[in-house]
Write a protein that binds this ligand. Structure first.
Ligand code: AHR
Length: 626
């Protein structure tokens, strides 16, 4: 194959092109969000049930239950953990939390532990509670003591620092709060809103888990889409994501039943998302709820107004003026008087699902008309089927999603070449090669579904991404989905980055995303087009005036040679090839975390040069010109 490269660029490459799509799908609580304790505040549980005690267990004969406290910690957090110390117990007795499928104990870290407590009945008890991190065999790895008083019948918070003395490799550790059984014999203590934080990314209070955050930041994403995805929508109207329940003190956040089968604490709330975007240098692509829930119900046209107002308030929290907007004043009071960066707001998610299409016309009409006139500086994205039904006002931007096979992605790298150039822009907001079986894309692993991205799936995505780059005159952003999963608690596979309590696993697809993101250009340079039905794909970009970057993707199972004719003068004689390749089915997983990673080597280049693209590979060729 011979590729002739143009001497002039066709279009600038949007700075937003490569980024990330995030929703809590076993990825926020117990994932990106740094909190280590699961079910820390008994949010949204039914008191008295064993489910309410999820992740909690009694220690040394204490009797524990979740109660609806007569004195609530707050209206948002009405439940408490009641711990009754029996008579005749010796040694420490209390309660333990098992974390999110484990707790990593690291002696290099100082943990911040806290809880609220009150004695439901005043007593003369005065003594210490020991907060400790323990192995599953009760070996204490680190502890702190805090004073408790039986006279304390209203809620009060205690905080302690714990620096463990060792770092076991096992993660089946426990967070334990205990009292001396003899001294506290017969006492009843109510606890609420426990917390255990390790040091966080950029040391943010209530911040992000460091290793997960570092992996995401390493991709140098330029945007962060949140909070969903399905998890925006809720399975019912009351359980939709509501920005105002996710901001302010943790005691004011009720949590919600997320759409992925577990309770969301909403500790990772709107303000935390926005700080995270700033910390990584990403701009938010933020979604607002648009009147449809995944239970299948749509808000009637006549009743939409409060929900549109809630969306306006959400946007004002992000960009409003604190002197004229109460949500913006709240943002300011939290420490961010300046507006956050915001350009794109997505109205809903996947309005092509179920019966959403039957109501999207009026929902879009009311949401988009009001939001566009309220915020003329913003651009709003539609998420239904393009032109079916036709939406008014005409969407400025669309978010399109596709989950398919590696082969589909390679065969559809020309998808956007066929789209009209009529001013409409596109966000490929979710895409991933998730199965090798075109007849059962969302099926099980025994039927072709991938558990982790493979070299083949990642390279198929890379072929598609060369098309996104070529079409970046109309595609302004693209993100793989889902972004993250806890390997012990997955609702969906494969994911871009996986993790457990102690480790982070960067997938083959992660490396593809990173290679594209770190090697983005600022101008697209047309070249001979690949064959639509071929197995070799490429795209050429320039960066500033001195660098040409060529991405070459070979989805075939044998190496292919590609020759380039470049019109540029002053090409240096040596370039760099960064190559991701491997066996088609190879994956990075907990058992083989580093099976596949990009490697760099020098290559001879010039006005004309040939490159041998290995089987199943993405190569990023970088050439200097002067
Ligand atoms: O990425 C997983 C899910 O796929 C998203 O929540 C949804 O938007 C899509 O159907």
């Amino acid at each position: 194959t011979t590729v002739t490269v143009s001497s002039t660029a066709s279009h600038p490459i949007p700075t937003t092109l490569w980024g990330q799509m995030f929703e809590d799908i076993s990825s926020g609580d117990g994932g990106l969000y740094g909190e280590l304790l699961q079910n820390r505040a008994f949010q949204q549980v039914t008191p008295g049930t064993s489910a309410a005690l999820n992740a909690w267990q009694a220690v040394n004969r204490a009797s524990v239950s979740v109660v609806a406290d007569s004195v609530k910690l707050s209206n948002a957090l009405p439940n408490a953990l009641r711990v009754q110390i029996p008579t005749g117990v010796s040694g420490q007795t209390g309660v333990a939390n098992t974390g999110y499928f484990g707790i990593r104990v690291n002696s290099a870290w100082t943990y911040t532990a806290s809880f609220f407590y009150r004695f439901p009945t005043a007593s003369s008890f005065r003594g210490n509670a020991v907060i400790s991190l323990q192995t599953s065999s009760s070996q204490v790895l680190g502890s702190a003591t805090v004073a408790l008083s039986g006279a304390q019948t209203s809620w009060t918070q205690v905080t302690a620092k714990i620096t463990p003395t060792s770092s076991p490799s096992a993660t089946d550790n426990l967070f334990v709060v205990s009292v001396d059984g003899a001294a506290a014999s017969g006492q009843t203590i109510n606890f609420g809103l426990f917390s255990l934080f390790p040091p966080t990314f950029k040391n943010r209070a209530n911040g992000m888990r460091m290793d997960v955050a570092e992996a995401l930041a390493e991709m140098q994403p330029s945007f962060f889409r949140f909070p969903g995805g399905n998890n925006l929508e809720g399975n019912s109207l009351p359980s939709r994501w509501q920005w105002n329940n996710t901001v302010g003190p943790l005691t004011q956040r009720p949590g919600r039943a997320g759409t992925w089968g577990y309770i969301n604490t909403d500790g990772l709330g709107l303000y935390e998302y926005l700080l995270w975007c700033e910390d990584v240098g990403m701009e938010p692509i933020m979604a607002v709820w648009d009147g449809f829930d995944l239970g299948g119900s749509s808000v009637a046209e006549a009743n939409l107004q409060p929900y549109i107002q809630q969306a306006i308030d959400q946007i004002n929290f992000v960009i409003g003026n604190p002197t004229t907007s109460a949500p913006a004043a709240m943002r300011s009071s939290l420490g961010h008087p300046a507006p956050f960066k915001l350009t794109h707001v997505e109205i809903g998610n996947e309005d092509f699902i179920g019966n959403a299409p039957s109501t999207i016309a009026y929902r879009w009409n009311h949401f988009a008309s009001t939001l566009r006139s309220t915020f003329p500086q913003l651009r709003f994205l539609a998420t239904s089927n393009v032109n079916s039904p036709r939406l008014t006002p005409q969407p400025q931007e669309w978010d399109l999603h596709v989950y398919q096979t590696p082969t589909w992605f390679a065969q559809n790298s020309f998808m956007y070449d066929d789209f009209a150039r009529d001013g409409t822009l596109y966000f490929e907001g979710e895409y991933a090669a998730i199965s090798t079986n075109p007849n059962d894309i969302f099926g099980s692993p025994s039927d072709g579904r991938l558990t982790f991205p493979t070299v083949q799936s990642a390279v198929g995505e890379a072929a598609f991404m060369t098309g996104l780059e070529r079409n970046s005159d109309i595609v302004f952003a693209a993100s793989y989905a889902p972004l993250l999963n806890h390997v012990a608690n997955s609702q969906w596979t494969p994911n871009l980055v996986s993790f457990d309590s102690a480790n982070v696993y960067r997938s083959t697809s992660f490396y593809v995303q990173k290679l594209f993101s770190l090697n983005r250009g600022d101008q697209y340079i047309p070249s001979t087009l690949p064959s639509r039905t071929g197995t070799l794909f490429w795209s050429v970009v320039s960066k500033q005036t001195n660098t040409i970057i060529i991405k070459v993707v070979n989805v075939a199972t044998s190496a292919q040679t590609i020759a380039f004719n470049l019109p540029f003068s002053g090409i240096s004689t040596t370039g760099t090839a960064q190559v991701l390749t491997g066996a088609a089915t190879a994956s990075n997983s907990p058992t083989t975390p580093n099976a596949v990673a990009p490697a760099s080597h020098s290559i001879p280049v010039g006005k004309t040069f040939s490159y041998s693209a290995p089987a199943n590979s993405l190569s990023v060729l970088t050439l200097g010109i002067n």
